[in-house]
Design a protein around this ligand. Sequence first.
Ligand SMILES: O=C(O)C(=O)C[C@]1(C(=O)O)C=C[C@@H](O)C=C1
Length: 372
Amino acid sequence: MATATSIVRSPAALLFAKVTVSDHKPTPTIQISRFPSKRSCFTALLSSLHHDNNNDDNNNNNNNVISHPKPLSSSQLFNSVSNGSRLRVAYQGVRGAYSEAAAEKAYPNCEAVPCDQFDSAFQAVEKWLVDRAVLPIENSLGGSIHRNYDLLLRHSLHIVGEVKLAVQHCLVANHGVQLEDLSRVLSHPQALAQCENTLTKIGLSREAVDDTALAAKHVALHKLKDTGAVASSSAAKIYGLNILAQNIQDDCDNVTRFLILAREPIIPGIQNPFKTSIVFSLEEGPGVLFKALAVFALRQINLTKIESRPLRNQPLRAADDNNGSKYFDYLFYVDFEASMAEERAQNALRHLKEFATFLRVLGSYPVDTTMM
Ligand SMILES: O=C(O)C(=O)C[C@]1(C(=O)O)C=C[C@@H](O)C=C1
């Protein structure tokens, strides 16, 4: 593969990003360095911008102007930013990944920007390299994407929408390669899990890579004869592979739900069906979770998802009875069917706050009704 590392300038945000340009795609992939000690142009520029922002704050203070984050209006939810340019939407993966299709479903005329990791997509929004990120959160067969639940809490972005995408996997290989030539298949762990039964029946060993399209790209670039990939038909087309089998997921109704993330929240509405996502933690004790969920049941608010994750900076708590035993401590992520503009949702959260040890609203956003 002919790859070249270069520095490009993003005209919209006037920021620099270190990108890897490959011969397969003109769109650069955002790779945000995790090692700030290697002070790149990117970090240097960011710190100078930070300095400018601080100066702005000082200027604002001097002028007695208080600046608050501006909520997104619903018109900004769509395809362009205020200067009329195309919305830049980060996704994890390379061209042909399902996440790219989800970004394009959310914003049909957007510029979809590939990122190497989920964390890079979060950072790309935070650092104004892009306007939104579209990231998978759960799949109807494989379950939750825990990494993104954890990242939602670690970053301070807002959920401004959701996209549901029907995921139809193909088994792809180089031209001339037959099913019986394959001994191994590469793909994203979620995609492998969604095709578990089929792959077991064929008898292929599995290897996980960062995304389905990257698996297809790898098979094509290395001209592998004994290895196929589980990927989309569009990835097969982009990387010149042959489709050996279609719709190989274990259930034909295979849907992945993606979240749309932005720097600012949207103003919650009540005209369309809205959903709200929150995260909270509770004291240990009998019936505490029951009590927490009752704040919604009491107000006829339907819950659509509940997920628990370990509270990472304090995963264990000593039991009150001092007998040396320890509890696991958890964060609870809950999605409920109501808008934060509704009084019943505000009352439910006020009620929950009375006994939750921590509570954050991750976003209140329109329900994707396209797959109902
Ligand atoms: O690998 C890809 O193509 C992705 O976009 C990632 C991902 C995921 O993380 O769940 C997205 C949708 C499918 O469920 C399989 C994989």
